[in-house]
Design a protein around this ligand. Structure first.
Ligand code: FAD
Length: 473
């Protein structure tokens, strides 16, 4: 997120003085690192949690359409940056990988069919294909079908134009022309006149101060504590609920080579949306990889290398009650997380075998996936657990923070553009920024979903520049 914002600002305001402060010695080593997320270019092609079934059985599509358009914006930005040679090799951060949703059992198949009917009727998802035919499913995902009993209904949808994104590699490329101070941990923020004084602890234990008229807190899980330290009133209504994740990583080259898709299933009852099981083909450092998960877990840390005191320290008088309410009202979630934490290797293998019936334990290794810090927000005096991302801005637009982690890195361009709109409404409304934005994101200000011709033009360019054309595979 910070890398995207830094790059956007450089494009919109050449000559602007900006610095990125990073606590770790490496760049993009927290949530955006390749192995700390699933690398799915979230376009709502396969993620069933973006289209939850309504009480009357219908499948609302608004969220899926919005996420799809957001991801296309990210692709537009990356395409422009490739054309401007700001990003070097698109293959280093994005590869085409088909996106599939796969379900079994009568109710789930009926749901997937309704989802397909609703989405495929829109220009954005017109290329989504549906099948219940075992032969077709075998062609799409041979390993998933191998050894699978056919005594219950099965169905899948497939979008050939799906992607795998290495957000770590992308962030590093985005930061290549930006001044970055590594080993610089922000520990405090104070207002001084029109500026912010940002206090930093350096790797050698020293203290430094930076002065700036604008600060973005893009610290991932570390954003909430910094927002609280800034003291802005807009931050008082937030608390946090960390959910950690683990993967099973395939170590057998033959199995990795035999699967080429991101296959998303349905979340278990009570499971948070980010725990939807999926089997992911990945491209990491030019090599194909295969991950399954994530298995959810619970840790009070907000960052992988954070402190166990992160959660207790984030509880303030202003968010204590909402946090307790969320704990009490989300009993199914808490029960699910406890179940995940205590599950055995055999139980993890059983979940994997729901996707790969013939998976061998010896081929898979457990690895840490990372932390997601979900938002607890006070709405009408009550605490609500939110699974999305949220930009929080001070009233004067001098400080902004990004909270939450879903749909995450995929929608970074849209999210950072919204941030710019909140913090610099006048500049975004016209003049040089508006002109540069239209060059950077050609569909800027237009409705991708409502204009099929524009959508196909934008997609054609993104496919060409980023090498995503499904027909070329
Ligand atoms: C299991 C899992 C699977 C996911 N799958 C996907 C997916 O498939 N697709 C997708 O789009 N998204 C996915 N996400 C979400 C995605 O990883 C995040 O939304 C995204 O990486 C967040 O980027 P960020 O820049 O906000 O945070 P980060 O990448 O965590 O960057 C924050 C940076 O701030 C630094 N920092 C923290 N505190 C301080 C401080 N005090 N001072 C200085 N520096 C600090 C950190 O070291 C870090 O480098 C997934 C997340 C998880 C956990």
């Amino acid at each position: 997120m910070g890398a995207t914002l830094a790059n956007l600002l450089q494009q919109l305001e050449p000559g602007l003085e900006l610095v990125v402060l990073e606590r770790l010695p490496a760049l993009a080593a927290e949530s955006s690192a390749a192995m700390n997320n699933a690398g799915t270019g979230h376009a709502a092609n396969c993620e069933l949690n973006y289209t939850p079934q309504a009480a009357d059985g219908s499948v609302p599509t608004a969220k899926a359409l919005a996420i799809n358009a957001s991801f296309e914006r990210s692709l537009e930005l990356w395409s422009s940056l490739v054309e401007r040679q700001v990003l070097a090799d698109p293959q280093a951060f994005i590869r085409p990988v088909p996106h599939l949703s796969f379900v079994w059992g009568e109710d789930s198949v009926a749901f997937l069919q309704r989802r397909h009917q609703a989405l495929a009727a829109t220009p954005q998802f017109a290329a989504m294909v549906w099948s219940t035919d075992p032969a077709q499913l075998r062609e799409w995902m041979p390993l998933v079908m191998q050894g699978r009993p056919l005594d219950q209904p099965l169905a899948a949808t497939r979008v050939a134009r799906g992607t795998d994104v290495n957000f770590g590699a992308l962030s590093q490329q985005l930061l290549a022309g930006v001044e970055v101070r590594r080993g610089h941990e922000v520990v405090a923020l104070q207002r001084q006149g029109p500026d912010w004084i940002v206090q930093v602890r350096t790797a050698d234990g020293g203290l430094q101060r930076f002065q700036a008229p604008f600060v973005f807190l893009g610290a991932g899980g570390g954003s909430l504590p910094l927002l609280q330290r800034s003291g802005i009133p807009e931050g008082r209504i937030y608390g946090a609920f960390p959910v950690s994740g683990q993967w099973l990583v395939c170590r057998n080259p033959a199995v990795i080579a035999a699967h080429n898709a991101k296959v998303y299933g349905k979340a278990a009852v009570g499971a948070p949306p980010m725990s939807v099981p999926h089997l992911d083909t990945r491209w990491i450092d030019g090599q194909r990889a295969l991950l399954f998960g994530p298995y959810a877990g619970f840790s009070t840390r907000f960052l992988k290398q954070g402190s166990l005191w992160d959660l207790p320290n984030s509880v303030r008088p202003s968010n204590l009650l909402p946090t307790l309410q969320v704990g009490l009202e989300n009993f199914e979630l808490v029960r699910y997380l406890v179940g995940q934490v205590v599950q055995s290797a055999a139980q993890r293998l059983e979940s994997l075998r729901a996707f790969l019936p013939e998976a061998a334990a010896a081929d898979w290794e457990l690895a840490v996936a990372g932390q997601r810090v979900q938002i607890i927000k006070q709405v009408n005096g009550r605490g609500r657990l939110q699974m999305g991302t949220e930009v929080v801005c001070s009233a004067d637009g001098s400080l902004a923070a990004l909270l939450g982690a879903s749909p995450g890195a995929s929608t970074a361009a849209q999210t950072m553009l919204e941030l710019l709109q909140q913090c610099w409404p006048e500049r975004m409304a016209g003049g040089a920024w508006q002109q540069r934005l239209r060059q950077l994101i050609p569909s800027w200000g237009q409705d991708l979903g409502g204009d099929a011709e524009l959508l196909s033009r934008v997609r054609e360019r993104n496919n060409r520049v980023l090498g995503l054309d499904p027909l070329s595979r």
